[in-house]
Design a protein around this ligand. Structure first.
Ligand code: NAD
Ligand code: WQD
Length: 334
C-alpha cells in the first residue's frame, strides 16, 4: 500500500514508518520539521534498509499536499502532524488551533479532492478529561482541560461529521495513552527540544546527569503510593497498533475511536525505580507540588483494540526503560 504519514519525521511517526516499511508498504513522510530533524531519514534507512520518500512541507499548504497525494498514488493517510505540548498550548492557543485544527481541515480537503478515504488519526486519551471511572473505555464522556486537548476533541468531532456526510470514509482515531520507549536499535526515539515536559525524557536526562533531579509532582494523590499513575505504552507497540488499524479499516466504514494503551497503570515512583534499574544509575528526585491540570490516575481499557484490531501491547515496562536508556546514551551530550 502507498501510505502518507503527515508528521512522519516525529517521535511516533518515525517508529510507525519503520513498522510499515518492514511490512513492505511504500511510505511517504510529509513534515515541516518544526519539531524534528532531517537526520531521522537516514536512521530509518539504516534500521530498515529502505529509505522512505520525504517531502518537507506544511500540512496547511493544501495544494502541495494535494500534489504529493497524487504524485505518489497515496491510498491511505496517517495524520500525526501537529503541536503537542500542553503547557505551551495555554500560552499560544492560536498556534495550536492553526496547526492542529486548520492542518486537519487542509488534509481532509486534499484527501477529498484526490478521492482518498482512509485515514488513521493520532488521537489522545486527553479527550477523556478528568476520569469519571477507570479503566477508561471509548464510551467514557469526552471533554478537554486545555487548548491542546480541545484541538484533539474538535478534530474528532470534525472526523465524525465528515464520515456522516459521506459514508465512504474509513477513519479511526487512535487514542494514545502515554507513549514512551524507543526503537530497540537506539537509533531513534524521543528527543525533546529544550527542557522535557514529560516524565520519561526528563528522567532519562536526570540519569545521564544533564539534569540535576526530577521533581515528582505531588505525592498526595489517592493512588497506592500517592504519586500520579499513568498507562505508559511502548512506542513500538503503538506503531504496530497503527499497522493493525490500517488493515482493519479495509473492512470498516465510518468513524471509530480506539484506545491504544496497555491497561496497566504505573506510578511516578514505580517509573523511577524501573528506570534506575534499567540504567544502573541513581535518579535523584524530590517531592514537589502537584502540577496544574494533572489527574491522579489515567489508564486504558484496551479491550476494544484487542477485539477489533487483534492488537495488544506486548512490551513490558523494563523493555521500555532499557530502550529509552540505549537511545539516550547514544545522543550527543550538549
Ligand atoms: P512530534 O512533535 O515528535 O511529531 C509531530 C511531527 O509533526 C513533527 O515531526 C513536526 O515537525 C510535524 N509537524 C507539526 N506541525 C506540522 C505541520 N503544520 N505541517 C507538517 N508537519 C508538522 O510528536 P509525536 O509525539 O510524534 O506526536 C505525534 C502525534 O501524536 C501528535 O498529533 C500528538 O498530538 C499525538 N499524541 C502524542 C502523544 C505523546 O505523548 N507523544 C500522546 C497522544 C497523542
Ligand atoms: C506523567 C506523570 C506527572 C514530569 C501528557 C499529556 C497528554 C498526552 C501524554 C498528548 C504525571 C508526573 C511528569 C515530571 C512528574 N499527550 N511527572 N515530574 O501529563 O500524563 O500526559 O503526555 O496527547 O495529553 O498531558 O504525561 O509524562 O507529563 O506525566 O512527576 O517532571 O509523571 O505529574 O503523573 P501526562 P507526563
Amino acid at each position: 500500500m502507498n501510505i502518507l504519514l503527515t508528521g512522519g519525521m516525529g517521535y511516533i511517526g518515525s517508529h510507525v514508518a519503520i513498522v510499515l516499511l518492514e511490512a513492505g508498504h511504500h511510505v511517504v513522510l510529509y513534515d515541516n520539521l518544526c519539531n524534528s530533524d532531517a537526520g531521522v531519514l537516514a536512521r530509518i534507512a539504516k534500521i530498515t534498509g529502505k529509505e522512505p520518500i520525504f517531502m518537507e512541507a506544511d500540512v496547511r499548504a493544501t495544494s502541495t499536499l494535494t500534489e504529493t497525494l497524487k504524485n505518489h498514488a497515496i491510498e491511505a493517510v496517517i495524520h500525526f502532524a501537529g503541536l503537542k505540548a500542553v503547557g505551551e498550548s495555554t500560552q499560544k492557543p492560536l498556534a495550536y488551533y492553526a496547526n492542529n485544527v486548520e492542518g486537519t481541515i487542509s488534509l481532509l480537503e486534499s484527501m477529498s479532492e484526490v478521492g482518498i478515504r482512509t485515514l488513521v488519526f493520532s488521537g489522545s486519551a486527553t479527550v477523556y478529561g478528568e476520569p469519571q471511572y477507570l479503566p477508561l473505555d471509548e464510551a467514557h464522556p469526552t471533554s478537554a482541560t486545555n487548548p491542546y486537548g480541545r484541538t484533539k476533541l474538535y478534530i474528532e468531532e470534525m472526523l465524525r461529521d465528515i464520515s456522516l456526510s459521506d459514508p465512504s470514509w474509513r477513519i479511526v482515531s487512535l487514542r494514545y495513552f502515554n507513549p514512551a520507549g524507543a526503537h530497540e536499535s537506539g537509533l531513534i526515539g524521543e528527543k525533546p527540544t529544550g527542557a522535557p515536559n514529560n516524565l520519561m525524557p526528563y528522567m532519562a536526562q536526570v540519569a545521564t546527569g544533564e539534569l540535576k533531579e526530577l521533581s515528582v509532582f505531588g505525592n498526595d494523590y489517592p493512588t497506592p503510593d500517592g504519586t500520579g499513575v499513568r498507562d505508559y505504552i511502548h512506542v513500538m507497540d503503538l506503531a504496530e497498533g497503527h499497522a493493525a488499524a490500517l488493515s482493519w479499516l479495509a473492512g470498516h466504514f465510518g468513524w471509530h475511536a480506539i484506545n491504544l494503551g496497555t491497561g496497566e497503570g504505573y506510578s511516578v515512583l514505580d517509573m523511577i525505580a524501573a528506570f534506575a534499574k534499567a540504567s544502573g544509575r541513581d535518579i535523584p528526585y524530590r517531592i514537589a507540588p502537584r502540577r496544574k491540570g494533572d489527574v491522579a490516575a489515567c489508564y486504558a481499557d484496551p479491550g476494544k483494540a484487542l477485539r477489533e484490531l487483534g492488537w495488544q501491547a506486548r512490551r513490558r515496562l523494563h523493555v521500555m526503560c532499557e530502550d529509552v536508556w540505549r537511545f539516550q546514551r547514544r545522543l550527543p551530550r550538549p
